[in-house]
Design a binder for this molecule. Structure first.
Ligand SMILES: [Zn+2]
Length: 199
């Protein structure tokens, strides 16, 4: 007789977190998992965003300008997955103002979308506190480790769980309550008026 369970076993390879930027024509909706965001100066170099480094920065020596970017971990109720959300400095300042008011970004429900269909048009950000009683948010991952893994930067205490085709997977801390019911998605849907059904 097979041992049936209702609990799906953890993937031994760990989770990999996708880096999400706001695409044109489609909003990004999520609940912030991180208490705060992290950011650093970056270069767009060789077709990708890489960190600017204080010493011996090759893109700097080639005259490439840098831009500051920020990242936070967020949870999608569409696919029940955690992802890393990338913000420009302007959008990060909106998150920072929210944190100033509410004390933390964790639990903040956000909807980010571009003003027009142009790839680099201004991102509009709507924020509101989520109802944390109905959400079982995952534990927040270490953002420095997440970004270091994406950029393949070695940190002394960085435990890379596995490497798939040269790309290290980001291992997130699994919640001890894996068998808890998933968040009630109907509570977290955005409406045009930006109200939640529970508000
Ligand atoms: Zn640089």
């Amino acid at each position: 007789m097979p041992a049936f369970t209702t609990v799906i076993p953890d993937d031994p390879r760990g989770h990999s977190l996708t880096l999400v930027r706001v695409p044109p024509g489609k909003p990004v909706v999520g609940i912030v998992v991180s208490d705060n965001l992290i950011g650093c100066a970056t270069h767009f170099w060789g077709g990708r965003t890489i960190p600017h480094e204080e010493q011996l920065c090759f893109p700097c020596s080639e005259g490439s300008p840098w831009r500051w970017h920020a990242w936070l971990a967020a949870f999608s109720t569409r696919n029940n997955e955690m992802f890393l959300f990338e913000s420009t400095k302007r959008v990060a300042m909106i998150f920072a103002a929210y944190r100033e008011t509410h004390g933390t970004l964790r639990g903040c429900v956000f909807k980010a979308q571009r003003a027009t269909d142009a790839r680099n048009s201004r991102v509009r950000l709507e924020l509101k506190p989520g109802d944390l009683r109905s959400i079982n948010l995952p534990e927040e991952p270490n953002l420095v480790k997440c970004m270091s893994m994406i950029w393949n930067i070695k940190l002394p205490d960085l435990a890379v769980e596995c490497v798939i085709d040269g790309i290290p997977a980001v291992r997130t801390i699994s919640t001890p309550d894996n068998d808890k019911p998933l968040p009630n998605q109907t509570n977290l849907k955005f409406h045009d008026e930006s109200r939640s059904e529970t508000a």
